[in-house]
Design a binder for this molecule. Structure first.
Ligand code: ADP
Length: 682
């Protein structure tokens, strides 16, 4: 037997491997199996060029648990004693300390940097043996053994078959790796698509109420996964089957892209568009990254643009370095090229489906929309292309491209300042009355009810020139789009005041809601009372919920406007009643107000143009007195009208109907409304 020291220039690599790398212990299995697969592939290659003339036979890599030992065996090229010395004993660790310090939490980086795949075995084993026999003729089998100190031993042994057994004596902290379940899970994670069969025990079956082994090998992997095959050989079923294998609990994918590049980098893969209805975050990180069929990672953030992390599937590229840290991956120029390429492919594919199968594209739009919107919002280069096929859907479920929609509404929805007004609803049910009113005016109303539609609206307003998005319930329909020929019929101010006093006095108290009242002449066929919420205030509040530093808006009450239609018969009736009941009492108050008002006006006129200090103190006091008296009379008037309104069920009824239409009538107010309605129809 021969003894020697492993050639490491830093003190000792093993404590580092053990101590720092514990978070990623799993990957030892991937490393050892990859080595075994490489050794088997090498032999195949040698056979194909005639350098190996023997029988290849079964090249499966076998993983066995034997008590406390975990054994990985292959029938690949094997190693001679010289090769062990060259590839295993001599590890060059130049500048090791700096590097280790920087990456001490990232096992992948360390293992990759030093080509330490094999040594990752010491993360879980207190002793490791290599039992190996080279494929070369007359080769002498050897056993290398090391207990985790820099010392190793090597001896000649008998071994019948060519190939290598790596024997791990699991240490006390790593007993988990001697359980079948744990190893099976790891094999399924890392080895599912390796190009050489990986066998772990036997297939089992149920017999007499027990799981028993059969004679058949339990092969973990599929050696020729579909992404390596030609698209022309594959059916839709193949793609769907592969998808359900990758994500067993998922709905069918919408469609897929088969990637295949060999220049300027190598990449194959299949990307699937999943059905995403809501909750972007839950759908992330489903793309699996492979390097020559060896699983690398499923967190692809930073490797592909953010919105593409919503796609599912597999990317396989030998140009994605296997053992490197994430930060390295993100700065790698190959990885950047790959990312640009994938974005382009995805966009091209969407465009071609849109062009060739528009009906199908529309059918899938609702599921696709979140993905495309996310791309539009986050990737400038994606917008340039996707804005040609991104769709807008209206409340009648018709779909339009941005350009088509612009043409559609140009004629009828341009306001007097030449702005194109995009009307939209966020809820077809709740905003039904407002949608109908807009449609009756010949307007088209978009349905913007998606998770990202609020930010998409803001983005589109910036991208489109001279355009505004206005929610259908943000104003009475006549005011949604103020056109050139618009003439406002004004309600005279006395009537305005009276209606405002009457209706304001009967508004219910709703928490964090403020309703102002305004009377308008909307024509006798329009509704008597409508509640709207200003676009500006609503957007500010919506933004406050997602943006820091805007909590000021968030805390403000929701502000609505109750518009009373002075032309409507029921409102007119209220006014008639009011004249009848209140005229006598109001007359002296009105006279008093107008006298006081003219006096105030005259006084104000006389002080007009004067500076504050030039006005006589007596005049100032007089003005203040008059204002106070007017205020007092007004309060008196409001009180009278409130008393009157209390006795008018129509007033309450009209308010409640408007609230009801906006989904704002709830609880006790709703109960009262029902009771009042019953009384009214009795
Ligand atoms: P890497 O695989 O990155 O080169 P490793 O430390 O994993 O680094 O392995 C070092 C070398 O040892 C390999 O390049 C290979 O030549 C040899 N080797 C490791 N495992 C085997 C094996 N199972 N069969 C044959 N050779 C092996």
């Amino acid at each position: 037997m021969q003894k020697g020291n492993i050639g490491v220039t830093t003190e000792n690599i093993f404590p580092i491997i053990k101590k720092f790398l514990y978070s990623d212990h799993d990957i030892f299995l991937r490393e050892l199996i990859s080595n075994a697969v490489d050794a088997s592939q090498k032999l195949k290659t040698l056979a194909s060029v005639g350098e190996f003339k023997g029988e290849l036979g079964d090249l499966s890599v076998r993983v066995k648990i034997d008590g406390n030992k975990l054994i990985i065996s292959d029938r690949g090229v094997g190693l001679t004693a010289e090769e062990i010395d060259k590839y295993i004993n001599q590890i060059a660790l130049s500048g090791a300390n700096d590097f280790l310090d920087k990456y001490k939490t990232d096992a992948n980086a360390i293992i990759g940097h030093f080509g330490l795949g094999f040594y990752s075995a010491f993360m879980v084993a207190s002793k490791v043996e290599i039992v190996t026999k080279s494929f070369k003729e007359e080769a002498q089998a050897v056993k290398w053994s090391c207990d985790g100190s820099p010392e190793f031993s090597i001896e000649e042994i008998e071994k019948e078959d060519r190939g290598t057994d790596i024997i791990l004596y699991l240490d006390d902290d790593s007993k988990e790796f001697s359980t079948k379940e744990r190893i099976e899970t790891l094999l399924n994670k890392y080895c599912k698509f390796l190009p050489v069969p990986v066998v772990f025990g036997k297939k089992t079956e149920w017999k007499d109420g027990k799981q028993v082994d059969t004679d058949e090998d339990n092969t973990i992997n599929e050696t020729n996964p579909i992404w390596n095959r030609k698209p022309s050989e594959l059916t839709d079923e193949d793609y769907k089957k592969f998808y359900s294998k990758l994500y067993p609990a998922s709905d069918e994918p919408l469609f897929w892209i088969h990637l295949n590049v060999d220049y300027p980098f190598n990449l194959t893969g299949i990307l699937y568009f999943p059905k995403i209805k809501s909750n972007i975050d839950m759908n992330r990180n489903k793309i699996q990254l492979y390097c020559n069929q060896v699983y690398v990672t499923d967190s692809v953030e930073g490797i592909v643009p953010d919105f593409l992390t919503l796609l599912h599937g597999v990317i396989d590229s030998p140009d994605i370095p296997l053992n490197v840290s994430r930060s390295y991956l993100q700065s790698d120029s190959n990885v950047k090229k790959i990312s640009t390429y994938i974005t382009k492919k995805v966009s091209d594919r969407l465009q071609s489906i849109f062009k060739k199968e528009r009906a199908d594209f529309e059918k899938k739009w609702d599921n696709l929309k979140l993905f495309i919107h996310y791309g539009l919002l986050t990737a400038e280069d994606f917008y340039a292309k996707a804005s040609k096929y991104a769709l807008l859907k209206d409340t009648d479920a018709s779909y339009y491209t941005y350009d088509e929609y612009k043409t559609l509404i140009k004629e009828n929805q341009t306001d007097k300042e030449d702005n194109l007004i995009y009307l939209y609803a966020t809820n077809k049910e709740e905003q039904h009355a407002h949608i109908e009113a807009a449609k009756n005016k010949g307007y088209n109303v978009l349905l913007m009810d998606g998770q990202l539609d609020v930010p998409v609206i803001s983005m589109l307003e910036q991208k489109f020139e001279k355009s505004r998005f206005v929610r259908v319930d943000s104003d009475i329909v006549d005011h949604l789009i103020i056109k050139k020929d618009h003439t406002e019929t004004v309600v005279e101010s006395e009537q305005q005041d009276v209606l405002s006093d009457i209706f304001k006095s009967q508004l219910p108290k709703i928490e964090k809601v403020e309703i102002s009242v305004s009377a308008q002449a909307l024509g006798e066929n329009a509704q008597p009372a409508i509640i709207t919420q200003s676009e500006y205030m609503r957007r500010m509040k919506e933004m406050a919920t997602v943006q820091a530093g805007m909590s000021f808006y968030g805390e403000m009450p929701d502000m609505f406007t109750l518009s009373i239609n002075a032309d409507h018969a029921l409102v007119k009736e209220v006014l008639t009643n009011e004249k009848e009941k209140c005229a006598d009492q109001l007359a002296p108050i009105n006279t008093e107000i107008s006298t006081l008002q003219s006096e105030l006006d005259a006084l104000k006129k006389s002080t007009e143009g004067k500076k504050e200090e030039e006005i006589a103190t007596a005049d100032k006091e007089h003005i203040a007195d008059l204002e106070k008296s007017i205020e007092k009379q007004r309060t008196e008037k409001s009180k009278l009208l409130a008393d009157f309104a209390k006795e008018q069920p129509i007033v309450k009824q009209l308010i409640d109907l408007a609230l009801l239409q906006n989904n704002m009538l709830k609880g006790e107010a709703l109960t009262k409304f029902i009771k009042r309605s019953l009384d009214l129809i009795k």
